[in-house]
Design a binder for this molecule. Structure first.
Ligand SMILES: [Zn+2]
Length: 240
């Protein structure tokens, strides 16, 4: 019998049970009026965007995580991450396991230094079309380094701390691994969450950058003899 079939036979009932339990949890929580934000993987791949993919590749680079990541990947695909919320420096999630009540997972990410935050803001705000693209929910690929470089937005293992309420004594249980992949899937939908997670106030950063941009433009206009915004400048200002 091929290894594939052995695995399928071993895992299928388990997966079906987990799915059922996750669905029961969603129903139960809904009836209590709680709003869950589940991770639902639709396609074959966990992430679809270049930045989501880069997040997963980044996780897979860390040797310390490698033994648990595969199980985490299967877990997140099964729909066991029934709730995942991202805020500044912290991800809280609930992951369905064998028990009726889902396990509580918390992933803490160290804040970035003020100086590095400022540098990142400057890099991102440097070009108006980058800002526009960010506001529209995309990340221009030319900003890839901002995420993946050594001091980029993606945290290193030493900047990540996690815990799970399950009885697994491993350094990283499959629930935590599933949440780490779930973060990638959530980032796929809203890339600005990256900035929030690392402590950068995105709305403020965008409005401050736009303001200083407009100020600079107006100064330039005043230097012009006719003091009229020509088409080129309008285009530059609005990225058209
Ligand atoms: Zn666990």
């Amino acid at each position: 019998m091929s290894r594939y079939w052995e695995e399928m036979q071993y895992e299928q009932p388990d997966t079906a049970k987990l799915k059922k339990k996750a669905a029961d949890t969603a129903k139960r929580e809904k009836s209590k009026g709680k709003i869950l934000e589940p991770i639902l993987i639709k396609g074959r791949k966990i992430t679809q965007t270049w930045w989501g993919n880069a997040w997963c590749e980044n996780l897979e680079k860390y040797a310390d995580y490698s033994s648990r990541l595969d199980r985490g990947k299967r877990y997140v695909r099964t729909g066991t991450v029934v709730d995942l919320k991202i805020e500044k420096g912290k991800v809280t999630a609930r992951v369905q396991g064998r028990r009726k009540t889902p396990y509580k997972v918390e992933v803490r990410i160290s804040p970035m230094s003020e100086i590095r935050c400022q540098e990142i803001i400057e890099i991102c705000g440097n070009r108006i079309h980058n800002l526009e693209t960010l506001v529209s929910g995309n990340i221009p690929e030319e900003l890839k380094n901002v995420f993946t470089s050594d001091d980029g937005l993606f945290p290193k293992p030493k900047e990540i701390a996690f815990n799970c309420s399950c009885p697994d004594w491993a350094i990283m249980c499959k629930h935590v691994a599933a949440v780490l992949y779930g973060i990638g899937a959530r980032f796929d939908e809203d890339p600005l969450l990256f900035f929030r997670l690392r402590g950068i106030d995105v709305e403020r950063f965008i409005s401050v950058t736009l303001e200083s941009r407009v100020e600079k433009m107006l100064k330039n206009v005043n230097h012009k003899s006719n003091r009229i915004l020509d088409d080129g400048m309008v285009g530059e200002l609005f990225g058209i």
